[in-house]
Write a protein that binds this ligand. Structure first.
Ligand code: JHZ
Ligand code: ZN
Length: 410
């Protein structure tokens, strides 16, 4: 078995999630009687380049079909985080009407719109047609393409170079990550800055966020792994920031043409070495903890049902699909799922087939308990749902270990 990043023969699997349906493969009502396609899902650590990745390859056009349902603009927290990042870049990089900011995986323009508002030229690149359409409709210039070394060459041949390249939550998704990084190097203007955000593999392991493992997420990143990837493309990792409250713990890496590590980056790299995050031992006990979480969550929800309680779920997130399918939370345990993304409403969860309803269904049906599948936005969701709580509803979160949220504390 060879590593999908460095090609070495040193890949050691540490978690087998069995076969699961595609996490964003939400099911149309007319297809409910058909079996959902399922694919094996196994995660491994490469002892050479230190990158964690899954072993399976699902073709890109199957993973990211025309009707890919994820739109970034449905979380206020993510929008606020993105806006702060844009405003900070405009100020620190002194961006103006002569600059160019390129975002890779720009989705519906949730981030670039902040640059457009400030008069900074942008280009969004994303392979999802509906999201690109939404971005362009909102005045964010975007093209519907997969980014890679070839597209970077085309853009540079057209006279483009980017002062800032932003790549948020896409470094997990790209099969040819080396080609992707090489394309970034080509597209980045001399003196320019690349920022990359991705959930931190440390938090995935430490907080048992196993549900963020699905076929779209080919890689799970650390500072050690990222430095190797950007170095291979002739770029340098200079700095890192940490956001504890985004997607269960997110890192933002700063990358450029120039070498040099900030004290913060040195600290992170040293901490990764000290904790053994760059060794297989760090990952060895994970499978057992994941299995325990499955047992605990199943027991908790089965217990509630046996007492006659009704249970629904919040968030038709990709991670929600992993959770439902791996734990075995079928329609007998969870009646329906609510989500405020209108593109997901009317569809059904992959594998388990619960209907996805608008968020108002929570108040209309008032289930006794609601499992927050989008636990990464639990604070935001709980705040919005005060009426549900006031009417006696209770929230359950599945990670780091399943528990009913204390209504007083929330
Ligand atoms: P969300 C996404 O994963 C997509 P997902 C992607 N795979 C990725 O890499 C990671 O993020 C990092 C809804 N919601 O974003 C919106 C409400 O209904 O955590 C979403 O459908 N009301 C590219 O899909 C879902 O919940 C709300 O108030 O696992 C959240 O999904 C909020 C805040 C969200 O992740
Ligand atoms: Zn490797």
């Amino acid at each position: 078995m060879s590593c999908r990043v460095c090609g070495a023969d040193s890949v050691r699997p540490f978690l087998d999630l069995g076969t699961t349906p595609l996490s964003d493969g939400l099911v149309k009502p007319e297809r409910l009687d058909q079996a959902d396609p399922r694919f094996a899902l196994e995660v491994a650590f490469c002892e050479t380049c230190k990158v964690v990745h899954i072993l399976e390859d699902v073709p890109e056009d199957v993973l990211f079909p025309e009707d890919y349902p994820y739109f970034s603009s449905f979380s206020d927290h993510l929008l606020a985080h993105s806006r702060a990042h844009a405003l900070n870049l405009i100020e620190t990089r002194k961006l103006d009407g002569d600059s160019l900011v390129v975002e890779l995986a720009s989705n519906d323009g949730y981030l670039l719109k902040n640059f457009v508002e400030a008069g900074v030229p942008v280009l969004g690149i994303d392979p999802a047609p509906a999201q690109v359409q939404a971005a362009n409709d909102g005045g964010v210039r975007s093209i519907c393409r997969f980014f890679g070394a070839d597209l970077a060459d085309e853009l540079v041949a057209d006279g483009m170079q980017a002062d800032v390249i932003i790549a948020n939550n896409v470094f997990a998704h790209v099969p040819d990550l080396n080609g992707f990084a090489a394309g970034m190097k080509t597209l980045l203007a001399p003196g320019g800055l690349i920022t990359i955000e991705n959930p931190y593999v440390r938090d995935l392991i430490d907080h048992c966020e196993f549900d963020t493992i699905y076929h779209e997420h080919l890689y799970y990143h650390s500072c050690t792994g990222i430095e190797g990837i950007v170095n291979r493309a002739g770029l340098h990792l200079n700095h890192v920031e940490y956001f504890a409250d985004l997607h269960g713990g997110t890192l933002r890496w700063h990358v450029s043409h120039e070498p040099g590590r900030s004290p913060e980056l040195e600290q992170y790299l040293a901490a990764e070495a000290e904790s053994g995050l760059d060794t297989f031992a760090y990952y060895e006990g994970f499978a057992q903890r994941v299995a325990q979480l499955r047992t605990d969550l199943l027991e908790l929800l089965t217990g509630l049902r046996e007492k006659g309680h009704t249970v629904a779920a919040y968030g038709a997130a990709a991670k929600g699909s992993t959770m439902l399918n791996y734990v075995g939370l079928d329609a007998g345990l969870i009646d329906f799922v609510v989500d405020r993304n209108v593109h997901k409403q009317g569809l059904h969860m992959p594998g388990t087939h619960q209907p996805i309803l608008g968020v108002e269904a929570l108040l209309e049906r008032q289930p006794d308990y609601c499992l927050i599948l989008a636990w990464n936005f639990a604070d935001e969701i709980v705040k919005q749902q005060q009426s549900y709580l006031d009417a006696g509803g209770q929230f359950v979160v599945p990670v780091p270990s399943p528990r009913v949220l204390d209504p007083v504390a929330s």
